[in-house]
Design a protein around this ligand. Structure first.
Ligand code: S3P
Length: 440
């Protein structure tokens, strides 16, 4: 699908945001493992969380969307008949994780301790992504996981597991969650040590004990840890909000409101960085729902524009998914932005360092690629161009934001990728920039 985005001088509105992808995956998974019925308020129709639901259905879990029970945004609630850990059944065929690394890695952890064999497959973007990072700790627990050169398909021969203590060598919430999920079936205690903090939805939602020891975080889970059937609430995705926060910060005129956005401090680094660049973002109505903090955001075009910034160190896992769109902000800011310690971007849905550098260079920006990041000399005017999303949702949406401030139309090839996390993105963009989005 090709979408053409035209420049837009003024942005205004309150676009609807999708469900937080990370929380949605986990809500589906943990509700499936609880004993009894759970309701998930504000679930997602995005492709990635739907892959998790499809896999869980293949494992025998029932999900029902109820149009008569609507959440705050008019989204039908998803009801889940939890089967408990021991209620999962051997799937009849391969479990298709689609484009979703979270689905594959978390399911690998869960299924490692189940008494049957499962095969996890993915699409052309997921298949080459690194899976040894989960297979290694799960192997130390006694799991047998077959891979091809460290990649999917993953053949998980479930069996008896023993608890381990595992220090994460990469700052990855997916690996942390996979080991903790395996810990549900493992004898004794399983401990994951996090030298650098990553998103903490798993431990919040599973109500796990966390200890700070010498600057590191120790998370423990016991075999058979009970997961309560309950109402789970999914906030709107701060990673989706980021596209509008940047759009509002680089436009000539803008007032955009975003409501019910997840503001978990392990995810909100994008707000800190944009504010440090001079963005005018106000938070209001902060509240907590379902154990996750949320609030409303209002972004206005900053009177003095944005300035370049340095991004590196421990904040990187906190905003890793937002770096493509932060690179767009950097291209529109005055001065130099340096992004470092972000080599993980090279193993996302595509090599996002190369992909966003290509998009921005095609549009006339001064961007240098580094092995672990980017150096962007901001302030050059962007020009309309033809760009390729490379089957990556965040590259498609970041390119669309850059296109709003270019001097002519930009055609985005592979624009359908947005549906992986934000199916209504193009409508949401059009809702704040009337006439800017031309489909086809
Ligand atoms: C996610 C963790 C991050 C993030 C991904 C979602 C999660 O990946 O990039 O979009 O929900 O746990 P890593 O665990 O690979 O860092």
């Amino acid at each position: 699908m090709i979408v053409t985005v035209h420049p837009a001088a003024a942005l205004a509105g309150t676009p609807s945001l999708p469900a937080d992808k990370s929380v949605a995956h986990r809500a589906a998974l943990f509700a499936a493992l609880a004993d009894g019925e759970s309701e998930i308020v504000g679930f997602s129709d995005a492709a990635d969380p739907q892959s998790t639901v499809a896999c869980l259905r293949a494992l025998g879990v029932e999900f029902e969307e109820r149009d008569d029970v609507l959440g705050p945004d008019g989204i039908p609630s998803l009801f889940v008949q939890g089967r408990g850990l021991n209620g999962l059944v051997e799937p009849a065929g391969p479990l298709d994780c689609g484009n979703s690394g979270t689905t594959m890695r978390l399911l690998a952890g869960l299924l490692a301790g189940r008494p049957f064999t499962s095969t996890l497959v993915g699409d052309d973007s997921l298949t080459p992504r690194p899976m040894s990072r989960v297979a290694i700790p799960l192997g130390q627990m006694g799991a047998r996981i077959g891979m091809t050169d460290g990649h999917a398909p993953l053949v998980v021969e479930g069996g008896a597991l023993s608890g381990i203590t595992y220090r994460l060598p990469v700052a990855s919430a997916q690996v942390k969650s996979a080991v903790l999920l395996a810990g549900l079936s493992a004898s004794g205690t399983t401990t994951v040590i996090e030298p650098v903090r990553t998103r903490d939805h798993t431990e919040r939602m599973l109500e796990l004990d966390a200890l700070e020891v010498g600057g590191e975080r120790h998370l423990t889970i016991e075999r058979g840890h009970r997961i309560r059937a309950r109402q789970w609430v999914v906030p709107r995705d701060v990673s989706a909000a980021a596209f509008f926060l940047v759009a509002g910060s680089i436009a000539e005129m803008a007032t955009i409101q975003l409501t019910g956005v997840g503001l978990n401090p392990t995810r909100s680094g994008v707000l800190d960085v944009l504010r440090a660049m001079g963005a005018d973002i106000r938070t209001s109505n902060e509240r907590e729902r379902g154990g996750e903090p949320l609030g409303d955001l209002r972004v206005e075009a900053p009177a003095n524009g944005l300035a370049g910034v340095e991004i590196g160190g421990d904040i990187v896992p906190n905003l890793i998914d937002e770096i493509p769109v932060l690179a767009v902000a950097a291209a529109c800011a005055q001065g130099r932005t340096v992004i470092r310690d972000a080599e993980e971007l090279r193993v996302k849905e595509t090599d996002r360092i190369e992909a966003i550098a290509d998009v921005l260079r095609a549009m006339g920006a001064d961007v240098e690629e580094r092995p672990d990041g980017l150096v962007i000399e901001g302030g050059r005017p962007l020009k309309g161009a033809a760009v390729d999303a490379r089957d990556d949702h965040r590259i498609a949406m970041a390119a669309a934001v850059a296109a709003l401030v270019a001097d002519g139309p930009t055609t985005i090839h592979g624009a359908e990728a947005a549906a992986v996390s934000f199916p209504a993105f193009w409508d949401a963009l059009e809702s704040v920039a009337a006439g800017a989005v031309e489909m086809g």
